[in-house]
Structure formats: C-alpha cells, structure tokens
Design a protein around this ligand. Structure first.
Ligand code: ADP
Ligand code: MG
Length: 261
C-alpha cells in the first residue's frame, strides 16, 4: 500500500468496476485532494457517474455491480469488510442531477438526516436547520416559510435545499452528479458559488458535462473516456489549469476543444 499523501482525502488504487459481465471502469488510480473541487469530465457513458458512486458505495444498491481494487477515505478502506456502508454515506454525501426534495416541509427536509440519527430536541433541530440553510444562502428566503412544502419551491431553490439537507448530516465529502444540469443559468451560478464556498471546508467531487463549469469552479480535473473495448478509463488527471491549458493527451485536447463528445 502506498503512502497516503497529507492533502489527499479520497484515493483509489487499481479500481475496476463491473456491472455483471460488463467491465465499466478499468484500473483507475487517483488521489482526490481535500478542501478542493475535483471535476470528472468526459463523454456520456464513459463511467463518470459510476466512478462517483464508488466513493459512497452507492453502487452497492445495484445488485450486479462489483468493485475490485482499493478505495480509501483517509485511512478507512471504503470496501473493507469492517466498513459499514450506512456510516460511510454519512461521511460522503451526495447531491443528484434532479433536485429530489422529499414530499414534506422545508424544515423537515433539512433535518431528516439528524432526526434519523437520533437528534430529537426541537432547539437542536432548529439550530441545525438555520445553520444549514444559512450555509446555502437560503435562510433569509425561507425562514418565514419553513412549514411549507419543499415541492413548491423553484427548481434552483430545491437544489440548494438538497445541498442543505446533505450538509445537515455533517459529511466530509460531497459528491455532486451533474447537479446543475436541470437548473437555469442563474440558479447554476448560485450553486457554483456555493460549491466554491463549500470547498473551503469540504472535499467536493463533481461530475459535469459542461467544460465551462469544470474550468470555472474546479481545482482538479479528471478526463475519462471509453477505450477500444468500451471500458471507462481515466485518460488524464491534473490541475484544472494544466488540463485546460496544456493537456498531455491528444484525446483530452480533442475533448476540451470540442472536437467530440
Ligand atoms: N446499473 C447499471 N447496470 C448496468 N450497466 C450500467 C449501469 N449503470 C451504468 N451502466 C453502464 O456503465 C457505463 C458507464 O455509465 P455511467 O457511469 O452512467 O456513465 P456517465 O455518467 O459517464 O454517462 C455505461 O455503459 C452504462 O450503460
Ligand atoms: Mg452520468
């Protein structure tokens, strides 16, 4: 086992992922730094979502999915026998493409995680809700409507709420799978600002199909593509500045300059 570098939070070593007989990710070795945004980019179907789901074991929910190799969150072996997937998902929160608030009030949405984990006191729940809604810059907008259904909020606000709900479980890592792709440009900007702000305290990984977004918000970029056997590979990984200004691989260059994808 190689040394875990000080600054890396998540790490994969020779990661392979299979869906039944379909080999979806091949030999992925990468280190993801803490307090930074790492973007996964690449054409549709190259395995971006599959890779993201490896980090909180969401692939466990797909019966035929199988992982080989090592994945670490700090010193915890994510797929280690002693590792509890539910406890792991508390450390590694996820925000999805389509905002998915639960059919309940704004307040209840934010505190559902802490409630499930046994927080009962009203005062404590209220302070968690306020704190998390402030962190996503929603508090002033919703503080007088906390009892209203979250489903009536505009889409962009719903996504901010879903981020607040994720923060309420006090994660260390936040995974975002195309979390802006259902949003209008203004909401997208708001969520991007939020990502940048959250990156000061959390390890953030995003999947995005927008090169502009990756270039705007991320610190590190990972370019993936399928190989000749249609298996997802990590083609190039580096600082966003390097990937976008001096890509080493011709395929990366072709992709970021829009020659395909
Ligand atoms: N639940 C699943 N069962 C079987 N194959 C899957 C499943 N999810 C994804 N795949 C396959 O894995 C490959 C990568 O998919 P995905 O990770 O969704 O790519 P991306 O997010 O880059 O579009 C695709 O060929 C896809 O069909
Ligand atoms: Mg995807």
């Amino acid at each position: 086992m190689s040394e875990i570098s000080e600054k890396s939070r998540l790490r994969t070593e020779n990661l392979n992922l299979y869906y039944g007989s379909r080999h979806a990710l091949k030999d992925i070795t990468m280190e993801i730094p803490s307090r930074a945004i790492t973007a996964i980019i690449g054409p549709s179907g190259c395995g971006k979502s599959s890779l993201l789901r490896v980090f909180n074991r969401m692939n466990d929910l797909i019966p035929e999915a199988r992982v080989e190799g090592n994945v670490y969150l700090d010193k915890i072996s994510v797929y280690g026998e002693e590792t509890d997937a539910v406890a792991l998902r508390k450390k590694v929160g996820m925000v999805f493409q389509k905002p998915n608030p639960f059919p309940m009030s704004i307040f209840d949405n934010v505190v559902i995680g802490p409630r499930r984990h046994g927080v009962k006191h009203r005062d404590e729940l209220e302070s968690i809700a306020e704190n998390c809604l402030r962190r996503v810059a929603l508090w002033e907008d919703v503080k007088d409507n906390l009892r209203q259904s979250a489903l009536n909020l505009p889409l962009g606000t719903q996504q901010q709420l879903c981020i607040a709900r994720t923060l309420a479980i006090e994660p260390e890592v936040i995974l975002m799978d195309e979390s802006c792709s259902a949003l209008d440009p203004e909401s997208t900007m708001r969520v991007e600002e939020l990502m940048t702000e959250l990156a000061q305290s959390y390890t953030i990984m995003i999947v995005t199909h927008s090169m502009e977004q990756a270039a705007r918000v991320s610190d590190m970029s990972a370019f993936m593509m399928i190989d000749d056997e249609k298996i997802g590979r990590l083609v190039e990984y580096g600082t966003t500045e390097q990937i976008f200004s001096t890509p080493k691989d011709k395929r990366t260059e072709d992709y970021i300059t829009g020659r395909y994808g």
